[in-house]
Unconditional design. Sequence first.
Length: 130
Amino acid sequence: MEQPFRILVVEDEPVIRELVRSLLSESACEVETAATGLEGLRLAKSQSFDLVLLDVVLPSTDSVQLDGVALCRMLRADTRLAEVPIYMLTAKAKRADVAAAAEAGANGYIHKPFRSVELIDLVTRLRPRC
């Protein structure tokens, strides 16, 4: 039996987090979610994922500020996670934001508000069985 395509979504807005989880779960994918960068880092290091979707703006927790760009950089530095595709899913759409994400190692950038088809197409390109 094939392993399911696993996606980590790190998003602080509960409505968006649930929307993405629900949408991608319907595509026969397993979706884990995190509300903070620190929680996302813990999940990424403790489980395996085929795709990571990161918001750029994430809340600080326990005096730790870990935004999506910093988290992306940390994931890229981990040899076990270095090849996992990372896409930013964010409203931060200025050229400097996109450049910072690319410099941190993001594979792509999806602007909010996004269309459902954008996420489904991304997952289909990365893993056709979803």
